[in-house]
Ligand binder design. Sequence first.
Ligand SMILES: Cc1cc2nc3c(=O)[nH]c(=O)nc-3n(C[C@H](O)[C@H](O)[C@H](O)COP(=O)(O)O)c2cc1C
Length: 301
Amino acid sequence: MSLRVTIASLTLRHPIMLASGILGTTPSMLIKAYKSGASAVVTKSLTINPRNGNPNPVIVELRYGLLNAIGLANPGVENYLAECLEVKDDLSRIPIVFSIAGTKIEEYVEIARLISERGLGRALELNLSCPHVQETRLFTEDPKLAAQVVKSVCDVTSLPVFVKVGLSTNLIDVVNAVVKHGASAITAINSVRAMVIDINAKKPVLSSVYGGLSGPAIKPIALRVIYELYENFSIPLIGVGGITKWQDVVEFLMAGASAVQVGTAVYKRGFRVFKELVRGLQRYMEKEGLKDVRDLVGLAH
Ligand SMILES: Cc1cc2nc3c(=O)[nH]c(=O)nc-3n(C[C@H](O)[C@H](O)[C@H](O)COP(=O)(O)O)c2cc1C
C-alpha cells in the first residue's frame, strides 16, 4: 500500500503534515513533530522583525475549537534561521516548509530570499491570511496584491511557493491570480476571524477583540473551500481546518486535497495525533481495497 503523495517537488511519506503556528515555534519542535509521525512540518509564520504578539489573553479554548490571537509572535526570520543552523543536519532530512508573513510585499520577498540563500527549506508557504493581523489579511482579499506578492517571491527563490488563503468572498479570484503568477500549491484555510464575549466583564475576551477560530468548528467550511477549489483549479491543494479524526483526513482527500495539515488537534492532544491519523487512514484503505492514497484525491466529485 502506498501513502506517498507529491506536492510540487515535495514527496511526502503520507499526506498528514503539521500546520503552521502549532508547537512549531522552534526548529527542535519541528524535528520532534516529524519524528512523532508528521510527514512534513510548517514553521510558525516568520516576519522580518521579531514580534512580541498581542498582550494576554491570546488563546481561548472553546468546546468546538480554539480562538487565538497570538499576533504572529515570532523571533524574526534572522534569529529563527540562526536557530535552524544549529540543528541543520537534522532539519535537512525532513520536509520543512517555511511560513512567511509580512506587512509589505518587500518583506515577503526579503524573507523568502534569506531562507532560500541558507538552503534550509523545501518549500515556502506565504501566509496571506492571518485573521487578526490587519496588514496581512489585506493580501488575501485583493487578487492583484496577492498576485504581486507571489510573483515577486517567485522571482527570488527556486523553492516551490505555497499560498495559504483564508475565508474570503473572492477566493476564486485570489487563487486564480496567484496560480497565474507562480504558486505551486494552495493551502486552505487559515483560522477564521471570530470573537468571544465575557458576559460578566461585559467585554470581548481577547485583548485584540478578534481572533482566529480553528478546530472542528471550521471543518465543514474548510472542506467546502477545498471542494470548490478542486472544481476550479488543477493546482495541488493542502486542506487544513478542524482535522481531528482519520475520517476527517479521508473527507479532505475526497474533496480534492492532496495533503492535509493538522493544527488544533495537535495543540489539544499532542504529537501522537499523527500516528493515530495515519493508522486510521491505512485501515480504511485496507478495508476499501485501495492500494494508493492518491486514488482517494477528489473521489467525491
Ligand atoms: C495557536 C495557533 C497559531 C497559529 N499560527 C499560525 C501562523 O503563524 N501562521 C499560519 O499560517 N497559520 C497559523 N495558524 C492557523 C493554522 O495553521 C491553521 O490554518 C488553522 O488553525 C486551522 O487548522 P486547525 O483547525 O487544524 O487548527 C495558527 C493556529 C493556531 C490555533
